[in-house]
Ligand binder design. Structure first.
Ligand code: LLP
Length: 432
């Protein structure tokens, strides 16, 4: 096993993904290619579902955050596993709808939903709209009234926690484009306004502290702040929230240096803290929802590339160039995210070639990893970047007019194309 049960090495010295030979998969499907071990995704969905029921209560459920990975087949899988879903755009809702995902199981998010977005969500019949601010609240009340609908809503509250993660992906601070802050008194006023909206039914509150968080402490802090807020609201208005949605954020092991995460134990700890805090604040225990994205799909996915130019600059460094890069994985360019990279064709050989893995774009910052070691590759070898199941395909672009790779699902020893490779004609399809 390498990092996660999905990855291993076979007798040929090749990397295996979900038991299949990565070099053969690269030959069959071409490169770059995103692979997804859907058995591992299902196992993670079940782990979340069972642990939520056990530690948060019968009615509590995880909602898969589609921003981490979004295509029709994945929504079908998530529906089969009985999860809810978090959608952040009409595009995500449309994808879920096209896959037959039950619309009432969707939470619709976003800090700037347009009137058209709100109408689309209401027409689609999404279960909950997570209202981000006052302007949106009044717009939704008006539009729902015009359409004769009475949507269920949650209010996005900013508990003001810094989860000590990368700034660009920490969304729970007071200074945030998301939600209404408790610390400024705005959250309190927001609730009163929502309770006065004739066409809306307030079901509870939402918060999200950040992403790639390994510790349970920021979540416990968020619960404490939110439950105390709920107690104040009840004392002030008599309103008792039924749902507390704590957002996403559990971390994932990308490299050997990251800790291995025991998700079940995290949920157990959080559950007992919620029980303790509900008693402490005198609040009835709400239905707890969380929105894991990364921790459901990241570990189950990897990307295969073909090695092209290998160039060593004496006194500087060696570059290994691959046939993909920032268009299919912008995370190093954006966040300097660290990955485990292997020479999948020689995975059993000593990883002693220190190099920078560079993409094929016309841009120096197009890198996937710097200062990593792998078995020295040569042109034609298959290079694997592990743990790319989240925020890779969903963040892919067409920069340099490069078509997006396919998503190939692996399950029960078989491979199936779930999203086909884009063609050059696809790239021009919208050009008039
Ligand atoms: N719910 C809300 C309201 C969120 O904002 C997010 C992530 C999630 C759930 C899912 O969080 P997760 O369980 O996946 O950590 N592009 C960045 C990550 C941005 C996350 C934004 N919100 C990256 O590549 O690391």
């Amino acid at each position: 096993m390498i990092l996660h049960p999905t990855y291993d090495i076979n007798e040929a010295g090749h990397l295996t993904v979900a038991g299949l030979d990565a070099v053969e998969l690269a030959r069959e499907f071409g490169t770059p290619v995103y692979l997804l071990d859907t058995d591992a995704v299902r196992a993670q969905c079940r782990l979340y579902r069972e642990a939520f029921r056990e530690y948060f209560g019968e009615s509590s459920l995880p909602a898969f955050a589609g921003k981490a990975l979004c295509y029709k087949g994945l929504y079908s899988l998530v529906a089969e596993e009985g999860l809810l879903a978090d959608c952040v755009s009409p595009g995500e809702i449309f994808t879920a709808k096209s896959a037959g995902f039950p619309m009432e199981r969707i939470f619709f998010h976003g800090n700037n939903k347009t009137d058209d977005d709100l109408r689309f969500a209401l027409e689609s019949g999404v279960g909950h709209i997570v209202v981000d601010g006052e302007d949106e609240l009044f717009a939704l009340d008006r539009i729902a009234g015009e359409m004769g609908k009475n949507p269920r809503i949650l209010l996005r509250i900013t508990p003001g926690i810094d989860p000590h993660t990368h700034r660009k992906i920490s969304t729970g601070n007071v200074d945030s484009k998301f939600g209404m802050a408790i610390a400024t008194g705005q959250a309190h006023a927001f609730v009163k306004e929502a309770l006065g909206c004739a066409s809306l039914t307030l079901d509870g509150f939402h918060c999200h502290v950040g992403s790639q968080i390994f510790d349970t402490e920021p979540f416990e802090d968020a619960c404490d702040i939110m439950l105390s807020f709920m107690a104040q609201i009840r004392a002030d208005t008599g309103y008792e929230a039924e749902i507390l949605n704590l957002g996403g954020g559990f971390g994932v092991r990308y490299t050997e240096e990251d800790p291995a995460v025991d998700y079940r134990d995290n949920i157990r700890r959080l559950g007992s803290e919620i029980d303790r805090m509900c008693a402490m604040h005198g609040v009835r225990k709400p239905t707890v929802i969380m929105e894991p994205g990364r921790s459901i799909v990241a570990a189950a996915g990897c990307t295969l590339y073909t090695c092209g130019t290998v160039k060593s600059i004496p006194g500087f460094r060696s570059y290994v160039s691959i046939d993909g890069g920032m268009p299919d994985n912008p995370r190093y360019t954006l966040y300097q995210s660290r990955y485990t990279v292997l020479n999948a064709s020689h995975a059993a050989d000593p990883a002693d070639f220190v190099c920078t893995v560079a993409g094929r774009c016309c841009e120096s910052g197009d890198l996937i990893a710097e200062g990593i070691s792998l078995a020295k590759p040569s042109r034609g070898d298959v290079i694997a970047v592990l743990v790319t199941g989240a925020y890779n395909y969903s963040m892919a672009s067409h920069y340099n007019r490069i078509p997006k790779p396919p998503v190939v699902e692996l399950s029960g020893g078989k491979a199936r194309v779930a999203v086909r490779r884009e063609t050059y004609a696809d790239l021009c399809a919208m050009d008039q």
